[in-house]
Design a protein around this ligand. Structure first.
Ligand SMILES: *[C@@H]1O[C@H](CO)[C@@H](O)[C@H](O)[C@H]1NC(C)=O
Ligand SMILES: *[C@@H]1O[C@H](CO)[C@@H](O)[C@H](O)[C@H]1NC(C)=O
Ligand SMILES: *[C@@H]1O[C@H](CO)[C@@H](O)[C@H](O)[C@H]1NC(C)=O
Ligand SMILES: *[C@@H]1O[C@H](CO)[C@@H](O)[C@H](O)[C@H]1NC(C)=O
Ligand SMILES: *[C@@H]1O[C@H](CO)[C@@H](O)[C@H](O)[C@H]1NC(C)=O
Ligand SMILES: *[C@@H]1O[C@H](CO)[C@@H](O)[C@H](O)[C@H]1NC(C)=O
Ligand SMILES: *[C@@H]1O[C@H](CO)[C@@H](O)[C@H](O)[C@H]1NC(C)=O
Ligand SMILES: *[C@@H]1O[C@H](CO)[C@@H](O)[C@H](O)[C@H]1NC(C)=O
Ligand SMILES: *[C@@H]1O[C@H](CO)[C@@H](O)[C@H](O)[C@H]1NC(C)=O
Ligand SMILES: *[C@@H]1O[C@H](CO)[C@@H](O)[C@H](O)[C@H]1NC(C)=O
Ligand SMILES: [Zn+2]
Length: 629
């Protein structure tokens, strides 16, 4: 099946490339594409030997590509962009050879499941296009990265020199702290004017090429290609089912937040359809709402569970946040960050150059270099981000001895979940007290609900956002959402799932999806949704391993070597097994489920229902008519 598709696609690609007078892609030999195929190699010892021979070279190309990407992302110059494109092309050139050699083996009939999986992971992940298109695709990638990274919103009503605002931390500070709705709207709209809108054309061109590059292997479109790493035929339906399980809780939270915001901003009109204006949720993308905690705290007479002030009072630095996180991993018996990590990571925004500030964790595929790039602000939000990124590095360290083909998460959601899992312990009043960051917590029902509310604003408010981005993007890849409908469909998803709507009328001159890093950067997003669900299943399992006796939301696994061992056993595997196997090893079950999450938040869910009694909960699926031109 794959083979006949492959032939058809090959002929198509060949035709397109020839008509464009460029080098055609080389046929994948011995997969039905040659007239006189020599017999496929069936000797598995030989196959392992080939892997051992080629992998060092593979790692070298991969490593150089990552380093060039790092150099560009931490120093946005034209020169660095050029090198990053070159290194990507060299890697692509190498993988072309890699895959064509792999295809000389009869890997589909290999007996050793590990070996078969290793070959499949190379062949199934192989993107191909004719060379001029590949190079154009990488250029577009680098261009959007630079445009996004350099974007600033300038105050034009100001006298020169026009104070300009970067998103992190300037605009985010306005979004999170300001209660002046005009100023908030200025930041909200300004950021969208300076990002997505500026590269809508580039994005369309990029998507066309990227989509085409996935057709080569026989995928229907790039969406199918990206979903395939989850190795779950029912993946799309499973996600929809999870969203349905979570929706009643989200609606209660939404209704409560809406009521409080209406009281806080009597001059802002809230549509009768029930949506919340997207700029009022304390975050540029309304993706998490914990910045509204002071306004939404269920028991305002109890002290805040937020410890930002304490971090500042105690003179915390970015470095100290990272060290604290490292200590926690070590307390579980996990791997400490190696020296080069501390020497080469970028943990604050440098003053002397432009960088992509969006936090990320990097594996250089050489067993030495593991780095984080993050523009840390000392606050409780970055406490979470720090753990999140450190979780990625821990995963990199744990699977460093796997062959390069398996140096990735069991699935992408796993990778995003590790640091968040650690965070669920480190955010507990128990842990924070133990490190002197939350001395005056009042441990009664009110304090407990305050804590859970803060967690819900961060973890539950996120879920529909985490879900909708790729709902939108898969539509773009499949052709369902052409450029002329990018923004309309984006808002249809925002309205439907998040229950929010744009505070100013939007048009197709705007491209609001493009104001979110992961869209121009082409980073898949459903992984974050998956992570936000399974992290509670993982937490439940590790708390059990640690013999926790407290309610799930107050469990802190610090110092539990049993929990650490259980986690490490799974992380070590990388992607060498289908994710259901490590998932079962860890949780005892094979399926993702929202039960652990709902269990974690049970006291808050009950409280919200009582608060919302008599209230009309929910919103219409469609956007209010004033949303869109
Ligand atoms: C398979 O290859 C190995 C290493 O090249 C060789 O030693 C062995 O004899 C081969 N086995 C068969 C059955 O040909
Ligand atoms: C990245 O930058 C470092 C330091 O400037 C340099 O030594 C290295 O060669 C660069 N790597 C690539 C792949 O350009
Ligand atoms: C940034 O990159 C440029 C090359 O484009 C290089 O000359 C400069 O030294 C780099 N800056 C830093 C701080 O690495
Ligand atoms: C591609 O790889 C071949 C060897 O496989 C090499 O001769 C050629 O120079 C490479 N091209 C680029 C652009 O790196
Ligand atoms: C922009 O400048 C005007 C005039 O100086 C000022 O009133 C306004 O507060 C500034 N806006 C922001 C977001 O700083
Ligand atoms: C808005 O914030 C300012 C300063 O933080 C504060 O003085 C003022 O009371 C707030 N206004 C409202 C309506 O909350
Ligand atoms: C709300 O509108 C009223 C009437 O226009 C005005 O007096 C008041 O200052 C406004 N309040 C805020 C917080 O903007
Ligand atoms: C924090 O720094 C300030 C100013 O340098 C100093 O006075 C204070 O004692 C420091 N606090 C702590 C907890 O180290
Ligand atoms: C992606 O490829 C599929 C299959 O050819 C096509 O139907 C779809 O329109 C393409 N999408 C884009 C954005 O080009
Ligand atoms: C947890 O409980 C089990 C069964 O009661 C016991 O065997 C184990 O030693 C306990 N582990 C710890 C860390 O207390
Ligand atoms: Zn991440």
């Amino acid at each position: 099946m794959i083979t006949s598709k492959l032939v058809a696609v090959f002929l198509l690609v060949l035709l397109i490339c020839l008509t464009a007078h460029s080098n055609p892609v080389q046929p994948l030999v011995n997969d039905g594409l040659k007239n006189d195929p020599s017999p496929l190699i069936t000797n598995e010892t030989e196959a392992w030997e080939w892997v051992a021979r080629i992998n060092p070279e593979y790692e070298k190309f991969q490593s150089e590509k990552v380093e060039a990407d790092w150099n560009h992302s931490t120093n946005l110059t034209e020169h660095n962009a050029k090198i990053s494109v070159e290194k990507k092309l060299q890697l692509t050139n190498f993988t072309k050879r890699l895959v064509s050699e792999a295809m000389e083996f009869d890997w589909k009939n290999f007996k050793d499941p590990k070996l078969k999986r290793l070959f499949a992971s190379m062949v199934k992940r192989y993107l191909n296009l004719c060379e001029f298109k590949i190079s154009r695709m990488y250029q577009l990638n680098a261009e959007m990265r630079a445009l996004f990274g350099k974007a600033k919103v300038c105050n034009k009503t100001n006298e020169p020199p026009n104070k300009c605002f970067v998103v992190d931390p300037d605009l985010e500070k306005i979004m999170s702290k300001s209660n002046d709705t005009e100023e908030i709207l200025w930041a909200w709209k300004g950021w969208r004017d300076e990002t997505g809108k500026k590269f809508k054309d580039l994005y369309e061109e990029f998507v066309g090429l990227y989509n085409e590059s996935t057709l080569w292997i026989g995928y229907k479109d790039a969406g199918e290609y990206l979903r395939d790493v989850y190795e779950t035929p029912t993946f799309v339906d499973d996600l929809a089912e999870l969203m349905r399980e979570i929706q009643p809780f989200y609606r209660e939270l939404h209704a409560y937040v809406r009521r409080r915001l209406m009281a806080q901003y009597p001059n802002v009109s809230f549509p009768t359809q029930g949506h919340i204006p997207a700029h009022l949720l304390g975050n540029m993308w309304a993706q998490t709402w914990e910045n509204l905690e002071p306004l939404l705290r269920p028991f305002p007479d109890r002290p805040s569970v937020d410890f930002t002030d304490e971090l500042i009072k105690q003179n915390y630095t970015a470095l100290k946040l990272f060290q604290l996180s490292d200590e926690f991993f070590k307390s579980l018996g996990l791997i400490p960050m190696p020296d080069p990590f501390w020497q080469k990571s970028m943990i604050v925004r440098p003053a002397d150059r432009e960088v992509v500030c969006h936090a990320s964790a990097w594996d250089f595929y050489n067993k030495k270099d593991f780095r984080i790039k993050q523009c840390t602000t000392v606050n409780s939000r970055y406490f979470l981000t720090t753990h999140h990124e450190m979780g990625h590095i821990q995963y990199h360290l744990q699977y460093q001895n796997q062959p390069i083909q398996f140096k990735s998460g069991a699935n992408p959601g796993f990778h995003e979940a590790v640091g968040d899992l650690i965070y669920l312990s480190t955010v507990t009043p128990e842990y924070l007290k133990s490190v002197g960051l939350l001395e005056n917590f009042v441990d009664d029902e009110g304090g407990d609900l305050n804590f859970l509310m803060n967690q819900a604003l961060s973890k539950v408010a996120f879920l529909p956002f985490g879900y909708m981005i790729d709902q939108w993007r898969w539509g773009v890849f499949s052709g369902h959402t052409p450029k002329t409908l990018y923004n309309k469909r984006w808002w249809e998803n925002r309205c439907k799932y998040q229950g929010i709507y744009p505070p100013v009328k939007r048009t197709e001159h705007d491209f609001d999806a493009g104001s979110k890093f992961h869209v121009p950067n082409n980073t898949p997003y459903i992984r974050y949704f998956v992570a936000h669900v399974i992290v509670f299943q993982f937490h439940e399992a590790l708390c059990k391993a640690a013999n926790n006796t407290r309610p799930l939301h107050r469990c802190n696994i610090a110092n539990s070597k049993e929990a650490g061992r259980k986690l490490a056993d799974v992380l070590k595997l990388g992607s060498s097994e289908p994710w259901q196997i490590p998932f079962k090893k860890l949780t005892g079950v094979e399926k993702m489920s929202a039960n652990a999450l709902l269990n974690y938040f049970k006291p808050l869910i009950d409280w919200l229902k009582k608060q919302n009694e008599g209230e009309k909960v929910g919103w219409t699926e469609e956007c209010p008519p004033e949303s869109f031109e």
